[in-house]
Design a protein around this ligand. Sequence first.
Ligand SMILES: Cc1cc2nc3c(=O)[nH]c(=O)nc-3n(C[C@H](O)[C@H](O)[C@H](O)COP(=O)(O)OP(=O)(O)OC[C@H]3O[C@@H](n4cnc5c(N)ncnc54)[C@H](O)[C@@H]3O)c2cc1C
Length: 459
Amino acid sequence: MKTESSDDVARVLVVGGGYVGLYTALHLQRTLKQELRRGAVEIVVVDPEPYMTYQPFLPEAAAGSISPRHVVVPLRRVLPHCTVLIGEITALDHAARTATVATLAAEQAGDADVVLPYDELVLAPGSVSRALPVPGLADVGIGFKTVEEAIGLRNHVLEQLDIASSTRDPEVRDAALTFVFVGGGYAGVEALAELEDMARYAVRYYHNVQPEDMKWILVEASGRILPEVGADMGRYTVRELRARNIDVRLETRLESCEKRIVRLSDGSRFPSRTLVWTAGVKPHPIVAASKLPVTGHGRLRCTAALRVDGVDHAWSAGDAAAVPDLTAPPSAAPDAVCAPNAQHAVRQAKVLAENITATLRGGEVRDYAHEYVGSVASLGLHKGVAHVYGRKLKGYPAWFMHRAYHLSRVPTFNRKAKILAEWILAGLFKREIVSLGSLENPRAEFELAAGTGRHNETS
Ligand SMILES: Cc1cc2nc3c(=O)[nH]c(=O)nc-3n(C[C@H](O)[C@H](O)[C@H](O)COP(=O)(O)OP(=O)(O)OC[C@H]3O[C@@H](n4cnc5c(N)ncnc54)[C@H](O)[C@@H]3O)c2cc1C
């Protein structure tokens, strides 16, 4: 890995290999083909993980409809003309145009972090869960943004069914069978709906747990859910979830969850061993640490050409960036910005790559403008809701559209084929209902054999 940028090689540093990072690098590989061949440009993509996560498929991964390895895209495979560096950018000095990267190798060898000079910066670290100071939340809550969280949650839910089935203590059973989700955006609603659907299917194999023994609760502070699909479809989703015996509580807040007792602002209180927090996102903390200009909401203040406002050689897009929405109706606030979603992230990445290419070649940049076309959401197997190009769909057609749309969008032909094959096979065979939670502790068996395990300590 080069750590010095030589005068004749322009280094484009892409921070984050998510939607924006991956697609920007993919486009740059094509638009800068000649420069890459001549060795005049180097594209470096830095991410702590060696893969991009296709987040809209996380709820299906949690439900077991897609294998975890098929919702991630290996960066090295799809970016053969870029340098992929696995590490975390811990500091940026844009005045000096250097980034500090903490790599696993440096950490394990006790070496200093790598300092990486660059010429053009694409800062696309996305967002993190916006946790509020709710008592107990940091101890028991889990988010739903990564493949690890989605699979961890699947295993956890199945494990709760095992706990409920094997205890005689009614309190333990109640807590195990109560699943609380806070936040009614698509992450929360899809995660809850897919997991409930999976658990409802799984309990048919438990002799002493019935579907009606489970309590699935959705807590939302505002008066509506799924704003992405519009007010009508949001109301339909509330009715659909309630018809499935899911307790949707609007205009309600989580007050505390200490000692696994959930307390809500409507005065209710119940024990629960599952608290999923999907109540919004905020820009990744590296954005604030970069000292680049940010808006009141902490997103990077960008121009419509995706430059960081007033800063040369710095670009951004996606969840971390506040990009003016040039298609907003005149009635909207004059400072309307694009919503943090994949639809904008993918399209912004294309314009971003074109603008960087134009800048390196001394050409003109163009503005990003895309009118939001609506959204699709899955509510479990064969159930969904959609509002796209003004058309509203519910039930099976919406679910089918959700699958067709995301299959067409997930990167690489290889991945599309594998996901399609998985769906076809899942239609022919029964669903998988085992918890592989023990994968999280693969050394347990060997520790037991070696006499250092938990059982040996207590015996
Ligand atoms: C469950 C779920 C479902 C969703 N469904 C939809 C949907 O149906 N439709 C839709 O439009 N949107 C959907 N979204 C939103 C969409 O996924 C995001 O808007 C999109 O991922 C934003 O892209 P991004 O590149 O800004 O961030 P990300 O895709 O999150 O990428 C950020 C990347 O930066 C990396 N990174 C972070 N910090 C650092 C650092 N310090 N150094 C280096 N790398 C770093 C991260 O590891 C990550 O890979 C969903 C989100 C979730 C969580």
